[in-house]
Design a protein around this ligand. Sequence first.
Ligand code: AMP
Ligand code: MG
Length: 408
Amino acid sequence: MLSVEEALAQILSRVRPLGTEQVDVLSALGRVLAEPIVARRELPPWPNSSMDGYAVRAEDTRPGGAALAVVGRVIAGDMPARILRAGEAMRIFTGAPLPEGADAVVPQEDVATDGDTVTIRGRIAHGAYVRPAGEDVRAGDIVVSPGQVAGAAEVGLLATLGYARVRVHRRPRVAILSTGNELAELGTVPGPGQIPNTNTYSLMAQTLEAGAEPVSLGVVPDRLEAIIERLGWAGSADVLVSSAGVSVGELDLVRAALQRSGAQLHLWKVSMRPGKPITFGSLDGRPVFGLPGNPVSAMVTFELFVRPALRRMLGCAVVARPRVVARALAPIANRGARRGYLRVGLSRDAEGYGARLTGDQGSGILRSMVLADGLAVVAPDTEISAGGPVEVIVLRGLEPRATDTTGR
Ligand code: AMP
Ligand code: MG
């Protein structure tokens, strides 16, 4: 049996970043940058004032106070009309360029004015309330490296640096297929013996969350020819993900269908719970994943194997989720010979993160997945007692929840 790490290493060794495309700056939000963002200019471009006040020469100020002649005024958007000489001050506003000769700003609340004279109390330090040229970025600096996901701050920086368009990695198109005679499509009433189709939707949502584009191939019954035909619908998709029908039962036909379609497959037993064997392979050079059918097993195996592959195809520098070491708030037990990925809620207090199981850990219990902030990674046959450390893969940010049944 492979470890999760061994299986993931095999998958990642077989996927590569996709090509790139140019998008306008706002559309870069959430996309992975494919070019370094280089400062084409200095920011700020010239020294400027961080306060409304008076631009002065620090050396003109005295501990006992100094009266300076006000020789002009400069507002944001203008350039100073002249240089500043000894014994002079210039009225200045936040963001306005400092006149040549000045090297400090005195906030207006710290001065006394009388006609064209301003009295500065005390000695002013060189550089006070001045934002030097290039304090944010210097021309030629690489401000964001390729492989980073652009957030709102990156979008703002791109605009500041004059990038109207930027090169990002193409999003993988992911074809999602659900297999099973028992599945009733959303919008239809499940017939006798049928259950609602969950996986198409959870897997498409996980695909979107990973930054990729899902395409549904719908539901196909457990018939070899039907599955083969439906796999053909994947068309130009970059990745294929199916759920169910991958164990060793009579109606587990996904592997046979993939092979008949020309795929080269590996079937792995991976030492994890939830999650039965998963199938991974390639079909016409594209990665294919056959995930287990139970809704939580499908989601957890997507999380551990498909998501990192999609992140790699997206060109992400880091494909893994963050992990934290939390404190078990109540015992967390993993009975059985496989490593557990247990659904936990996370909370924060003065001592750090706390983790608590969200409920029944059955592989069909989506409810406890809904409540989970992360997956606790627990060794086989191990019980972590209350207060003990537990490693948690963080699946989402710790936003307060309106309904909270986890006792946080
Ligand atoms: P299988 O791997 O085909 O044996 O399926 C395992 C379990 O997952 C069975 O109870 C199936 O009914 C269930 N299952 C399979 N596919 C889906 C799906 N798309 N939505 C919800 N449950 C599913
Ligand atoms: Mg089945």
